[in-house]
Design a protein around this ligand. Structure first.
Ligand SMILES: O=P(O)(O)OC[C@@H](O)[C@@H](O)c1c[nH]c2ccccc12
Length: 261
């Protein structure tokens, strides 16, 4: 079994357990459930930097990245740096994150927040809403076309933006549909962890113009972003490069200043 299959198998068990513990009606009663969401797609369209900065403690590919930071300090730092949005990993077992991280970030930041999760069930979208997310990620590699359609339509009906992630042409073809806002190309193959920015470049011309193009993973230099902008990308998802430092917000601030200067 590859790592992605393992993550998804664990996720199914986790979601079944949570559904039994916390009914949907309880999620719908959360204070945050009806807050006005903010659009990441709009923020990216109007930005000169396009940076989406991630909170990620560890990952299956890198093991520990940074376990000693406070998520609220990171969120405040990213917001002050002027990022377009923040991605918060909520998977516990493989990434060391939680829905509490999302809630804590929401309490201190107004920028669009993405729930970074392996979403396979509508229930997780309601959870995202109840914990203050503005955007959800859907991963084409783990979903059928019908699932992408159903899940993205649920998200849209709840006022959330949808970022759909692909890694190859086949995934892209099955995914193009009007209920998505942003198409993300993951430069990291989630099955092998191989990273190449060429993936973003090759797939860029196949993404219709109505979607905001986002390049994800393995981005660590200003030059890489300038290069990707030439291919029509308006969003750049950066995790490790910021999180491996003692002060991700400060690092993001310096990075953005250098990028737009
Ligand atoms: O830390 P990086 O290489 O900058 O990558 C960030 C982000 O793209 C990556 O964490 C990611 C992209 N898609 C995912 C799906 C699930 C978990 C994680 C991810």
């Amino acid at each position: 079994m590859n790592i992605l299959d393992k993550i998804v198998a664990d996720k199914r068990k986790e979601v079944d357990l949570k559904k039994a513990l916390i009914p949907v009606s309880q999620l719908e009663q959360a204070v945050l459930y009806n807050r006005d969401t903010v659009s990441l797609a709009t923020s990216l369209r109007n930005s000169s930097s396009g940076i989406i900065a991630e909170h990620k403690r560890r990952s299956p590919s890198k093991s520990v990245i940074n376990q000693s930071l406070n998520v609220q300090d990171v969120a405040k730092g990213y917001e002050e740096a002027g990022v377009c949005g923040m991605s918060v990993l909520t998977d516990g077992k493989y990434f060391g994150g939680s829905l509490d991280d999302l809630l804590l970030a929401r309490a201190v930041a107004k920028i669009p927040l993405l729930r970074k999760e392996f979403i396979i069930d509508e229930y997780q979208i309601l959870e995202a809403r109840a914990h203050g997310a503005d955007v959800i990620l859907l991963i084409a590699a783990i979903l059928s076309k019908n699932e992408i359609k159903a899940l993205s339509e649920t998200a849209k009906s709840l006022g959330l933006d949808v970022l759909l992630e692909v890694h190859n042409e086949e995934e892209l073809h099955k995914s193009i549909m009007p209920s998505l806002d942003m198409l993300g190309v993951n430069n990291r193959n989630l099955k092998t962890f191989e990273v190449s920015l060429e993936t973003s470049k090759t797939l860029s011309k196949l993404i219709p113009d109505e979607f905001v193009k986002v390049s994800e993973s393995g981005i660590s230099s200003i030059d890489a972003i300038k290069d990707l902008k030439q291919y029509g990308y308006q969003g750049f998802l950066i995790g490790e490069n910021f999180m491996k430092t003692e002060n991700p917000g400060k690092h993001a601030d310096e990075f953005i200043k250098a990028l737009i200067s």
